[in-house]
Design a protein around this ligand. Structure first.
Ligand code: FAD
Length: 463
């Protein structure tokens, strides 16, 4: 039986390890830190439950719910409050609710008459059929207009990537948007026909997909997967070198050298670039250092209910750069899930920095909280000081699928084809959401299982 090494105990690595182990494949998960979960980090303190990293999982694939079931976590899963659906985008210094229906955009104060006219005109704009890779900004201004970019899409990409629409590639960062143009010739036609097709097939649109967490936050999921993996997870074990052998790979970590039949790299792109490699075909990971991960600070603040004028009864608010605030966006955490704050309190998760203002992310805690509170005073009518504060700085937060990202994807394909038994999965390759990472981890487990069968080190089929 060939043993598989998995590098990184974030959600991708743990999902891959969990499914391989269920198939009877022995695994070792090497994790550089002293904890599992990667960027998932839930902290219970003073009656509040703060998330330093992601807040919710969007159920965009049935495989996500399947993992929750397989991990035995259904009873601990918390769907977000259906009343907390409203999303706000800031315009003129105040949060304006996004329309809940597509037609609602025409009566919304979020866009001017000119931008609404751009929507009506959009189906008549011919689709681009050449191979030029556009930025998100180029794509949106071509199909809609500048106001759509500055007012809506800039806020949206700040929420997903903490990114810059002028750098992000529409093909790689927002592939579903590009696919609407490719398949239907127009975003509006695609929305309408896509809705009809989903109605027939029972599929759920991404913006309608259910959101969830767990009773003690998202950390519950990696903890449960790690508990089932038991001794197979090696914490404080950074992998520093991979050496190709005649029949697999030798993994060098801080705890020694072990040979494995296959290796799955589920770490970050910038750490991959630091890995030493000795292989039959010349391989070079240094190009992956060019994948940009901007800094982000997450600031989680608890306030007395009476100190916040806005009801905060929705998912959260996004802030376009053009509005000139420090914060990128805020999730109304205590409206989403019932146990996030003590009674009579509001919990807000605020993100700062990203590509928009990277220098702000690294500010010391006190200064950051002060600036965030200045913004919240204007945007949400926050009066008092926070009664709860939690701050986490991510020096390199989320991989940016910028224009030209295809060359990194091609390089992963090329390395995998040149070096049998070496695989890559995770947010630098298969999409940056938690759902994407879960699907990525499950897919790579399947591919490695196939590889082991073909190379004569197959699974026993036990669970
Ligand atoms: C601030 C923030 C907010 C987010 N919010 C959301 C959200 O609300 N919803 C959502 O869907 N997504 C969100 N995301 C994105 C999502 O959380 C990530 O894309 C996903 O968790 C990535 O998981 P991963 O396992 O691929 O990588 P990671 O979580 O980065 O895990 C990689 C692991 O590999 C380890 N590692 C790296 N190199 C080595 C090595 N050489 N040896 C051993 N171990 C190594 C690292 O220590 C780390 O533990 C957010 C991300 C951030 C940063």
């Amino acid at each position: 039986m060939k043993h598989v090494a998995i590098i990184g105990a974030g959600i991708t690595g743990l999902t891959a390890a969990f499914y391989l182990k269920r198939k009877g494949v022995p695994v070792t998960v090497y994790e550089a830190c002293g904890r599992v979960g990667g960027v998932i980090q839930s902290i219970r303190k003073d009656g509040f439950l703060a998330e330093s990293g992601p807040n919710t999982i969007l159920e965009t694939s049935p495989r996500i719910a399947q993992l929750v079931r397989d991990a035995g976590l259904e009873s601990r899963k918390l769907n977000s409050d259906p009343k907390a659906e409203a999303r706000y985008v800031v315009r003129g210094g105040k949060p304006v609710a996004m329309p809940s229906s597509q037609l609602g955009i025409f009566t919304s104060e979020l866009l001017s008459a000119r931008a609404k006219f751009a929507l009506i005109r959009e189906p008549f704009i011919p689709p681009r059929r050449d191979d030029k890779e556009e930025s998100v900004a180029e794509f949106v201004t071509r199909r809609l207009n500048r106001e759509f970019l500055d007012r809506m899409v800039d806020a949206l990409v700040a929420g997903i990537y903490a990114g810059d629409p002028h750098k992000l590639s529409v093909r790689h960062a927002l592939p579903r948007l590009k696919a609407l143009e490719d398949k239907y010739g127009s975003l509006i036609k695609g929305q309408v026909r896509g809705a009809r097709e989903r109605k027939k097939s029972g599929a759920v649109a991404r913006d309608r997909a259910p959101k969830f967490s767990f009773d003690e936050g998202l950390q519950v999921l990696p903890d449960a997967l790690a508990a089932q993996l038991g001794e197979s997870v090696k914490l404080n074990s950074p992998v520093t070198k991979l050496t190709q052998m005649s029949d697999g790979w030798r993994v060098t970590s801080s705890t020694g050298e072990i040979e494995h039949g296959a290796v799955i790299y589920c770490g970050t792109a910038f750490k991959l670039a630091e890995l030493k490699i000795e292989s039959q075909a010349p391989l070079n990971f240094s190009a992956f250092a060019e994948i940009r991960y901007p800094p982000v600070a997450s600031v989680v603040l608890g306030f007395r209910r009476e100190d916040v004028t806005h009801p905060c009864a929705g998912f959260g608010m996004l802030i376009p750069g053009i509005e000139g605030f420090k914060i990128l966006g805020t999730i109304f955490s205590s409206a989403l899930f019932p146990n996030r704050a003590p009674a009579g309190h509001v919990l807000l998760s605020i993100y700062v920095g990203g590509e928009r203002q990277p220098e702000l992310a690294a500010l010391p805690s006190d200064e950051l909280v002060k600036r965030v509170c200045e913004d919240l005073r204007v945007l949400l009518g926050v009066k008092g000081r926070p009664v709860f504060t939690h701050h986490h700085f991510w020096p390199r937060a989320i991989p940016q699928y910028n224009v030209g990202y295809g060359r990194f994807k091609d390089l992963f394909d090329e390395i995998e084809s040149k070096s049998p038994g070496l695989f890559f999965a995770g947010s630098f390759r298969d999409g940056v959401s938690l759902g994407d990472s879960i699907v990525s981890g499950g897919n790579i487990a399947g591919r490695v299982e196939e590889f082991l069968k073909i190379s004569g080190g197959g699974a026993t089929g036990q669970k």
